[in-house]
Design a protein around this ligand. Structure first.
Ligand SMILES: *Cc1c(COP(=O)(O)O)cnc(C)c1O
Length: 231
């Protein structure tokens, strides 16, 4: 149990160090604690040291777990970070404040439909494929721009920025290239849609979050370094 506290503290310290050495303001990077495959008890344990923002990648697991968690800690915030099937969108919109893994227009249309019915505004990030081994995320900027255009008009969608996963490698150059690709996509989209904020860059996981922070991440998604191995 104590482990989670210690690990969160260690991660926080290391985020602060990375912020300072990148010349960024302390507190400019938000920590998303990725609790997939770990039980509600672990999430509740994390909240007791002030961690209230969590990420999950499977909707069914998230719904069940966070129903339990919210009975004890109503104020937890949940972001969906995994690839989403259309028939799971309704549940995702119900239980999350942000969907970080939007990767196609069809999903946005479904998100808007359900959010409108619930009279809820939901944040989204556009996931861009920047070199990770699996194929999740937009890989075509024209596709992405069409989706951003839809989101800009949709009344219940708040487009906030971008998300990516770097390749799982020890090759730092490849990781940096991947994060820079996301930053350049952000620049392109913001030049076309200057009226949108699009300030969030969700990039960096347990093995590469220090690099991500030096490349401008505003959110890091960390699982293993907090909750331990999922194996
Ligand atoms: C699992 C997952 C993470 C966290 O990965 P760790 O290496 O355990 O920190 C981050 N982002 C996404 C999209 C994930 O699926």
């Amino acid at each position: 149990m104590c482990d989670i506290h210690e690990r969160i503290q260690r991660v926080r310290d290391s985020i602060s160090e990375a912020e300072i050495s990148a010349g960024r303001n302390l507190g400019s990077v938000r920590l998303v604690a990725v609790s997939k495959f770990h039980p509600a008890e672990s999430v509740i344990e994390a909240t007791s040291c002030g961690q209230f923002l969590f990420g999950e990648n499977r909707v069914q697991e998230a719904v069940a777990k966070f129903e339990q968690v919210r009975k004890v800690v109503p104020s937890v915030e949940l972001h969906m970070i995994g690839s989403l099937q259309r028939n799971k969108v309704k549940s995702a919109v119900t239980c999350a404040s942000c969907i970080q893994s939007v990767d196609r227009l069809e999903l946005l249309e479904e998100i808007e439909k359900h959010a409108a019915r619930m009279e809820k505004r939901i944040q989204v990030l556009f996931e861009f494929h920047t070199g990770e081994d699996t194929k999740s995320g937009y890989s075509d900027t024209d596709d992405l721009l069409r989706s951003v255009e839809f989101a800009a008009e949709a009344l219940h969608i708040v487009p906030c920025g971008f998300m990516t996963m770097a390749p799982f490698t020890q090759n730092e150059k490849m990781i940096i290239d991947s994060f820079r690709k996301l930053t350049s996509v952000q620049g392109l989209v913001r030049s076309r849609f200057p009226e949108l904020e699009l300030t969030e860059l969700s990039m960096g996981m347990s093995n590469d979050y220090r690099i991500a922070i030096s490349e401008g991440a505003t959110m890091v998604r960390i699982g293993t370094a907090i909750f331990g191995s999922r194996a």
